[in-house]
Structures are given as C-alpha cells and as structure tokens.
Design a protein around this ligand. Structure first.
Ligand code: HPA
Length: 298
C-alpha cells in the first residue's frame, strides 16, 4: 500500500521520471486502470474521505443523512464498471456524515453481472486510494442460521469465499503481498465498536460468518444445508471479495449483513428480489442509526 501511495505521488506529482523502469512496468501492468480511474475522479473532486461505506441492496437510504459535497455517477467515469441491478443506483457520494469526511458507494457491481473479480473489487480499491483508511461493507443476505429472522442485522466476523475466484489472482504486488494473511479480515476493534453502538441503540446485532456465492441464482435447499454444515450464518453474492481486496491493501474493514430473507429451504417461501428490497426498506432506519453512530465513534 505504501509502495502504491508513493508510486501514485510520483506520478501525480509529475515525477514519473524518477521511477525505476521495473517499477514503472509493474505499476502500469497492474494498476493502469486504477490510476486512470483515480485521475478521472480527481478531475471532478479533490475531496479526501477518511471513511468509506459500501451500501448494499436497498440500503441506500443512508445517503439522506449525508451532507453531500459531490456525487459522481459511475457512468461519468471512463473504464468504470456499471451497476446493472435494480436497487443499486451506481454512484460515489462524497460528503460529511456525523462530521466525518466519507465516501459512500451507492450501489456496487457483482461478479454475476459478467465483470471479472478484478473489476468487481476495483471500486473499493479506488475508495482506499482516494484516502479511506476504514471501510464498512454492507449487504443484503439470506439467513442460513436458523435463529435469524428477516430483518436481523449481522456483524460479519469472518467469511467463506471458496465458491468464487479470488480477487487477488493476477499481478497486484504493488497493492499488497503476494500471499496475504486472511486470519482477521474483519477488524476486531471495529467489530467491537459496532456491537457497542448496537447495544447503545437497543439493536440485537448478531455475529456470524458470511458466505459468498457467484449468484445470480438463489441457492437450492441442498446448497443451503451444505453452507450451514460448513459454518455459514448468511449467504450473499458480494462483499467477501471486496473485504479480501481491502485486507490485501491493509485497510481496516468492517461488515454488516442485513438478513432480508431466510435462505432457500429454511423458510418454504420462494425467494424474490422484491422481498429482499422490502425487508431492507423495513430495517433501513435501524441500519442507518447503527451506521451513523458507528461512524461518529471512529
Ligand atoms: N441468497 C443469496 N443472496 C441473497 C439472498 C439469498 O437468500 N438474499 C439477499 N441476497
């Protein structure tokens, strides 16, 4: 990360000539896209966020609480993946939440939309490169743990990503180590803080393991039974890959899943994206309060 920051400074400061040839070759092979996107955004805003938040399906209501300085639609950024899912608007929001400089991703892109894992994690890498040192990832997820109910909020304390490709495949050593440790992806201090905030607000925040599938289909009952045996508490189609890419860059990560429905087979209702959005809307207020209080304590 420090390497990348210093490389960016050299380039941003127009001192690329000081770089060793090997450094430049590596830099461009790996981060050309990131650097181009960063340059595009810097043409539109010089805002330096300290905290990043990714808003999951239907959880975009938090934006109403932000004192907005700049909103940049993904479509305004060249070579940026577009969000194609209903409930995911697709813009970066820069501004102040609880007086803290933040960048929010209103909508993310997913592997099932046809993007490579490298493209999927690019927007969160950009948040880190823009300055965010702490990033909160949120999502809508299906409840695998039978003690959960639709509307439960779960603090992600670990994940299983073995069913999707790693976002770290390919050359990326200027961003972080080749074989990065993943023993505590979700920062323990942040997790503790989330629980303290929830307690203060009277929210029964659960803890659990999130499992990422590729989607776009929901799971079969047999798959959900298998995920439960493997130790998953919630299942969804995002987040774990982003958390890994950020952990690789040594960014502090926290995660919250909004359990919008019980996963297939646990309830006998067929799943629909409508139900996911309806539940996310219903718990939106609790979710907003939790995130706001959490950010005020950072
Ligand atoms: N499965 C996968 N992803 C989801 C679900 C689910 O049940 N609910 C919301 N996102």
């Amino acid at each position: 990360m420090d390497d990348l920051k210093s490389l960016l400074q050299k380039l941003e400061g127009g001192r690329g000539a000081d770089m060793e040839f090997k450094e430049i070759k590596n830099f461009f092979a790996v981060t050309r896209n990131l650097f181009e996107v960063l340059k595009e955004i810097r043409k539109m805003t010089d805002f330096r966020p300290e905290i990043g938040v990714v808003l999951g399906s239907g959880l975009g209501g938090l934006i109403d609480e932000v004192e907005i300085v700049e909103a940049i639609p993904y479509t305004a950024i060249k070579s940026f993946p577009r969000s194609t899912v209903d409930g995911h608007k697709g813009e970066y929001i820069f501004g102040y939440l609880e007086e803290k400089p933040v960048v929010l991703m209103s909508g993310r892109v997913h592997y099932y939309e046809g993007y490579s894992m490298e493209q999927v994690v690019m927007p969160v890498r950009i948040m880190a490169l823009l300055g965010a040192e702490t990033i909160l990832l949120t999502n809508a997820a299906g409840g695998v743990n039978k003690s959960f109910k639709p509307g439960t909020l779960m603090c992600i304390n670990d994940h299983i990503s073995s069913f999707v490709p790693s976002p770290l495949i390919g050359p990326n050593d200027v961003l972080g180590e080749r074989f990065p440790d993943m023993s505590s992806i979700y920062n323990k201090d942040l997790t503790k803080k989330l629980h303290e905030c929830a307690e203060k607000l009277g929210i029964d925040l659960k803890d659990g393991v999130y499992l990422q599938t590729s989607g776009p289909n929901y799971e079969t009952p047999a798959e959900v039974r298998m995920y439960s045996m493997l130790g998953a508490d919630a299942v969804g189609m995002s987040t774990a890959c982003e958390a890994m890419a950020l952990n690789h860059m040594k960014i502090k990560v926290a995660g919250i899943s909004c359990i919008t429905n019980m996963a297939t087979g646990i309830s006998d209702k067929p799943l629909s994206h409508e139900e996911v959005k309806e539940t996310a809307d219903r718990v939106g207020k609790e979710f907003r309060e939790l995130v706001k209080t959490f950010i005020s304590k950072l």
